[in-house]
Design a protein around this ligand. Structure first.
Ligand code: HXC
Length: 257
């Protein structure tokens, strides 16, 4: 594993996955997501693991999908390759996943955090869906999970403006379970994981599945619609301009074409 680090027993029955592309602020390239997919399949099948913690580093949980890897793609390539399908394993994992988030959780990084079952954040965490600023939209559940979590008005503002939420705002909106100082957020996430891991794994798994049933049927349709719309933005000049401008570190100029 090059882009993630897996500790199978950070505590008895608790596994820890660390995203490990620090120079790129854990930008989620296809290789990293492939490794994450593989690790989750293995941990889900491992009887010695009952709860999984997914974390990044102090500065970034993840700053989004890798813009450099997708900037030049056409909409047809996006649809035909359908690389973002590997992300489905996160929601398909039967064991509970706790996101331990510090620093940037943006775009695909925020979507990854929201796909976790609970989020424990450090005071320095920042959540946002800034895709609109680079000419595209969320494509891994942001429009759906954000709206379920915080409601339509707040979700509209966040996704249409690309603004960020502080950890405390995210907690008051109901996106985040707990906020702790940077020094202790991971310890607290592990404590929560240990408590959950001390209970019947069967009861825990069935409870997770039952909770997800409250919105899952609508969610499936919403996710498919969102992913196609995300791919469709790659047919626009604005997506090309937005991502190119990010890579070239300049302000984009949008024409509506
Ligand atoms: C590729 C990225 C990246 C990303 C950061 N980097 N985010 N590379 N994809 N999403 C790289 C930068 O290019 C830079 O590399 C290095 O990481 C450090 O980033 P800086 O920008 O220099 O850091 P800083 O000034 O601290 O700014 C941090 C930041 C900014 C505010 C988080 O990096 C940023 O705006 N990142 C992009 C956020 C974003 O738009 N996310 C959504 C992506 S689209 P170099 O080589 O220059 O040093 C998306 C769609 C999801 O996620 C769809 C479905 C999966």
């Amino acid at each position: 594993m090059n882009f993630i680090k897996v500790t199978e027993q950070v505590e008895p029955f608790v596994a820890l996955i660390e995203l490990n592309r620090p120079k790129e602020l854990n930008a989620l390239n296809h290789e990293l997501m492939g490794e994450l997919h593989q690790a989750l399949v293995q941990l889900d099948a491992n009887e010695a693991v009952r709860v999984i913690i997914l974390t990044g580093n102090e500065k970034a949980f993840a700053a989004g999908a890798d813009v450099k890897q997708m900037a030049d793609k056409t909409a047809i390539e996006m649809v035909m390759e359908d690389r973002f399908k590997t992300w489905d394993q996160i929601k398909n994992t039967k064991k509970p996943i706790i996101g331990a988030v510090s620093g940037f959780a943006l775009g695909g990084g925020c979507e990854l955090a929201m796909t976790c079952d609970m989020i424990v954040a450090s005071e320095t965490a920042k959540f946002g869906q800034p895709e609109v600023r680079i000419g595209t939209i969320p494509g891994a559940g942001g429009t759906q999970r954000m709206t379920y979590a915080i409601g339509k008005a707040k979700s509209m503002e966040l996704i249409l403006s690309g603004r960020f939420l502080t950890a405390n705002e995210a907690q008051s909106y109901g996106l985040v379970n707990h906020v702790f100082p940077l020094e202790t957020y991971l310890i607290e996430a592990i404590k929560l994981a240990k408590e959950i891991a001390s209970y019947s794994p069967i009861a825990v798994q069935l409870a997770k599945e039952a909770i997800n049933h409250t919105f899952e049927t609508h969610l499936e349709e919403g996710l498919a619609f969102e992913r196609k719309s995300f791919y469709l933005t790659f047919a626009s000049n604005d997506q090309k301009e937005g991502m190119k401008a990010f890579i070239e570190k300049r302000t984009p100029s949008y024409t509506g074409k």
